[in-house]
Design a protein around this ligand. Structure first.
Ligand SMILES: Nc1ncnc2c1ncn2[C@@H]1O[C@H](COP(=O)(O)OP(=O)(O)O)[C@@H](O)[C@H]1O
Ligand SMILES: [Mg+2]
Length: 264
């Protein structure tokens, strides 16, 4: 676990280490919402941030943000553009130039869920090149543990595994962690428990996951943070506006801002 007084960024050596994968195994646990809010929180604190929609089958960062970009990852896959040509800016403060960059994955013309493995690897290399220009790149992964998901997740940066309090979320998160750890025993993995009703609830979930990792994999992931259940999450997603724009003092916002502070 990263101690509260410790700066995560101060340890970063290479561009690749600036990648932060947000994974979960199970879908619907709040990965995309958390990725966007984390990017926003880091940008509020003046970091240069890019969020990348790595959910190749069901890309939806653009939907949650209400963006309608002309170009997306499908144009990169077809060879029309490079990754840097499809970056759009999400402004977070009209008064100054603050904001974060977005690479949208939505394709009007087809599904990228079945991309060839090599195409995914080369996309990840381009992303690592882009990381030279950023403090953090947040990579919002798709659900599941298929080859493309695991291949995007395989890098020297941090992996944040988001779990909810549903039992299936725990088993799917464990399956993801197991594969990630088996491929790279040095992988830096931290847990975020999302959408919790109480601290007790969150502790119970984390302890179950921690024990499974300790007993069966021989390593202990840290608890990066806990995010409370908050109706403002649903409200802001419905309004297609970042929660930190509308409800900066809501419980879930405060919890993500605290997580961002630990990563800076
Ligand atoms: N902290 C929270 N409080 C309340 N609802 C939440 C919270 N986090 C996520 N949700 C709900 O979960 C849904 C799925 O979120 P999403 O980011 O699309 O998940 P994923 O990317 O993991 O599939 C959201 O539409 C929202 O309704
Ligand atoms: Mg998602």
């Amino acid at each position: 676990m990263i101690a509260a007084h410790q700066s995560y960024r101060s340890h970063l050596q290479s561009a690749e280490e600036r990648l932060i994968t947000v994974a979960s195994g199970k879908g619907g646990v709040g990965k995309t919402w958390f990725s966007i809010t984390l990017a926003h929180a880091l940008a509020i604190n003046a970091a240069k941030v890019l969020i990348f929609d790595g959910d190749l089958g069901l890309a939806n960062i653009d939907i949650q943000l209400g963006l309608t970009p002309d170009r997306d990852l499908s144009h990169v896959m077809s060879g029309e553009y490079g990754l840097k040509d499809i970056i759009v800016r999400q402004s977070i403060s009209p008064q100054d130039s603050k904001g974060f960059d977005v690479i949208a994955g939505r394709s009007g013309s087809g599904n990228m869920g079945s991309l060839h493995h090599q195409a995914v690897t080369s996309m990840k290399s381009s992303l690592i090149e882009l990381a030279e220009q950023y403090d953090h790149i947040i990579l919002d992964l798709g659900a599941g543990i298929d080859t493309n998901v695991m291949s995007l997740a395989h890098h020297n940066g941090l992996t944040i595994v988001v779990v909810s309090t549903e039992p299936t979320s725990l088993t799917d998160a464990y399956a993801f962690i197991k594969l990630r750890h088996m491929r790279d025993p040095a992988a830096k993995i931290e847990i975020v428990v999302n959408n919790t009703a109480s601290k007790k609830d969150a502790d119970r979930i984390f302890e179950t996951l921690r024990k499974a990792c300790q007993n069966f994999l021989g390593f202990t992931p840290g608890l990066l943070g806990v995010i409370r259940h908050d109706r403002h999450v649903v409200d802001s997603i419905r309004a297609q506006m970042p929660i930190l724009t509308r409800f900066q003092n809501s419980p879930a916002s405060e919890d993500v801002l605290a997580i961002a502070r630990r990563l800076q």
